[in-house]
Write a protein that binds this ligand. Structure first.
Ligand SMILES: *Cc1c(COP(=O)(O)O)cnc(C)c1O
Length: 390
């Protein structure tokens, strides 16, 4: 059966020291990425345990400096999750009741949670077929005097059209990028997370850059914003026990910073490996059955967080692939506006046709650094059989 992220990470990882049967393809296997790194990381974790310094420390500062340099921003603030990065950026923007934040309807629910938890009202717009990211024209026509921010989501690892979005936002509306699926992606002259006021990253283990648990970061060129988020992550204090704002517990753990410091230098190579896997899929699956292959916009260099194809009956395909030992995912079977959590927004079925088509038809194929050519060939074979037999 198709699995969601959380189940995937728990269920589909190769058990330590035990190889998966040769003919199965997990949806995600982190072990090829971790193999060479693990001994050094484990040793540093032992040192950390001996030192007892689990909060802050040079690991956090070093990772922040390294990730800011990687993105090309002046500042990076390490946080406990991607949601914290999105939410705290909006808290600093300062939303009054009734203030609106424009978000794409096709996203992981955290984008919505950030808006409502920061006191704003999410204004949803559809995504476009050309990149599955926010429809720029729809965003433009949704701007009102109450619009305080636009939060484009770089879905599946491909950036939204930042050049046109920034023009739509102008000076009065903040652009906060949800770059949680797009570490290292670029489009036109923009690098993920760096075009607007701030960029939010998640280091959830399954992301292109993943920690050994939950972690996140905000990147920005705005010193004031960085300092305020730095305070907010630690109960609103700049100096110990001087609380300037009502804050949160949202720090990046030392242990996660340590892990991320080891992994960041490999991110570009891992993204290259994903690109190669995507290239093989795109070549082999062209014209197979009714598949709609993932669109890549001109000027865009995605990092293939997910490889999402569309077909009429993704559940049937998932079941067929599962019988063949190939695990798949659905991203996302229920768009936020159709969820119980956001029913109060009152969006009926049909409100966002592209998003709804995507959620009805999308199935995510295995993609991760270290996936082998024969695993990809196995997935392709199983898909070809599905259309031949079906
Ligand atoms: C993963 C993700 C988030 C949230 O990240 P967490 O670290 O789980 O809070 C936000 N937006 C998108 C698009 C994501 O994929």
């Amino acid at each position: 059966m198709a699995r969601d992220y959380a189940e995937t990470v728990k269920g589909d990882l190769a058990p330590l020291g035990r190889a998966l049967p040769a003919d199965t393809v997990p949806f995600l296997d982190l072990s090829p990425s971790h193999e060479a790194l693990s001994p050094a990381i484990v040793e540093e974790i032992s040192d950390l345990v001996r030192s007892g310094r689990f909060i802050g420390g040079p690991q956090v500062a070093s990772f922040e400096a390294a990730f800011a340099a990687y993105c090309g921003t002046s500042h990076c603030v390490g946080l406990a999750s991607g949601l914290d990065a999105l939410r705290l950026a909006l808290v600093v923007v300062g939303l009054e009741p009734g203030d609106e934040v424009i978000v794409p309807a096709a996203t992981f629910v955290a984008t919505m949670e950030a808006v409502t938890q920061a006191g704003g009202r999410p204004v949803l717009v559809d995504v476009q077929e050309s990149d599955y990211c926010i429809d720029v024209d729809a965003a433009a026509s949704s701007v009102t005097p109450r619009t305080r921010a636009i939060m484009p989501v770089h879905l599946y690892g491909q950036m939204a059209d930042m050049r046109r979005l920034l023009a739509v936002a102008g000076q009065a509306v903040a652009v906060i990028e949800d770059a949680c699926q797009a570490h290292g992606a670029s489009r036109d002259d923009f690098r993920a997370g760096t075009g607007g006021l701030a960029g939010a990253f998640s280091f959830y283990p399954a992301k292109n850059l993943g920690a050994f648990g939950d972690a996140g970061a905000l990147v920005t060129d705005d010193l004031e914003l960085a300092e305020q988020v730095r305070a907010l992550r630690e109960h609103g204090q700049r100096a110990k026990y001087r609380h300037e704002w009502e804050g949160y517990t949202a720090r990046l753990d030392t242990i996660q910073a340590l892990v991320l410091l080891h992994k960041l230098p490999l991110l570009d190579a891992w993204n290259d490996a994903r690109r190669e896997a995507a290239r093989l899929y795109l070549e082999a699956l062209d014209g197979v059955g009714d598949l709609v292959l993932p669109p890549v916009a001109p000027g865009s260099t995605p990092v293939w967080h997910l490889f999402v194809v569309r077909t009429k009956d993704p559940a049937a395909m998932a079941e067929h692939l599962d019988r063949r030992g190939v695990s798949t995912g659905r991203h996302y079977p229920e768009p936020p506006h159709r969820s119980r959590a956001y029913a109060w927004l009152g969006h009926v079925e049909g409100s966002f046709p592209v998003t709804e088509r995507l959620s009805a038809e999308a199935i995510s194929l295995p993609i991760f650094p270290g996936i082998t050519e024969s695993q990809i060939a196995g997935v392709v074979d199983a898909i070809e059989d599905y259309f031949r037999d079906g």
